[in-house]
Design a protein around this ligand. Sequence first.
Ligand SMILES: NC(=O)c1ccc[n+]([C@@H]2O[C@H](COP(=O)([O-])OP(=O)(O)OC[C@H]3O[C@@H](n4cnc5c(N)ncnc54)[C@H](O)[C@@H]3O)[C@@H](O)[C@H]2O)c1
Length: 343
Amino acid sequence: MTPISFSFPTQEVQCYLNQPFRRLSEITAPADSVIITDYHVYRHHHEAMAGYPVIKIPAGEAHKTQQSVDYIIEELLKLEAGKDTWLVAVGGGVITDIAGLVSVLYKRGTKLALVPTSLLAMVDAAIGGKNGINTGVYKNIVGTIRQPSFIWYDFELLRTLPAEEWVNGMAEVIKHACIQDELLFRMLEQYNMHDIQTDLSLVETLVERNIRIKMNIVTADEAEAGDRKLLNFGHTIGHAIENLHHIPHGHAISMGMVAICNLAVRLNILEVQEAVRIVKLLAKYHLPVDLETDLQQVYQAIRQDKKRQSDLIQLVLLKKIGEAFVYPLPVDSMQEHLKHIMA
Ligand SMILES: NC(=O)c1ccc[n+]([C@@H]2O[C@H](COP(=O)([O-])OP(=O)(O)OC[C@H]3O[C@@H](n4cnc5c(N)ncnc54)[C@H](O)[C@@H]3O)[C@@H](O)[C@H]2O)c1
């Protein structure tokens, strides 16, 4: 059971790949641990959690709130959890984000382990230490950065993942390929959704590659002063769409990536053939690539983006597949661009 290790300034993070859930107790014994999960994941995997105290919250983004944080803290108090207790988050990105935040707040810090159960959490949400909750329409507006001690990958857990959640996860996989890994992009062009869903060894290869891409970026720039911004590829317009249309994150990011590629083509930065390959790949993995929307509202949402710096919006553009950079653009000019890149 040799993990891959990644060094952050504050913490060493171990990634245990392809480990059965039951072996988790060799590190986090039930007597010293509390599992935090949601009702969906619990329903499918409660047998694996036998022996552990378990705190459950309702599933979904709507529950990524202060109310859930308060509930978990009350339950931890009832369980007399201490600073030495392992908080073990078993779930998708909603659970890993909430549990990460609770692990910072409860008794000013407990031990944290993440067991991502969705593809999206495996390749993205569990990596990098960002945690958070939503307040009203503002996503992840409250949160911190805190690395877990380890991340545990049991790919068998994915067997119960609903089809639409595989699609959501693929949006972030394609994002990683676009910004850093042309080889991964070509691999994805060779396979399809069915190949990936039915071959866990292929999933392991893909997930490990994505872990390395994201870890390499975030270990070098934990606080998002530089290259970590590249991970926001497709997210500025994507988040605006997500807030307006209340569609799944992966769908919104897919359309955000298409729009931002169109912008890069319009600015003569990206060749049109490269943008076409990206659109085709997204569509191949069942992700939407166009949308009828209210451009004025998209523009207003972009103006509210938390990554905006005074009059400039920090956009992530591609020079080519596998090579991204940050391109500051006057936010006012987005109004005109949107008419061409999203119409
Ligand atoms: N911290 C970060 O860096 C980061 C990065 C990306 C996304 N996120 C956050 O992650 C969240 C999205 O993550 P998500 O897509 O995993 O959402 P999620 O946690 O809501 O999971 C999606 C659905 O799948 C279910 N599910 C998860 N694993 C399952 C399994 N193995 N079997 C059956 N059902 C399962 C969940 O119960 C839920 O209904 C968002 O809140 C987003 O903001 C965080």
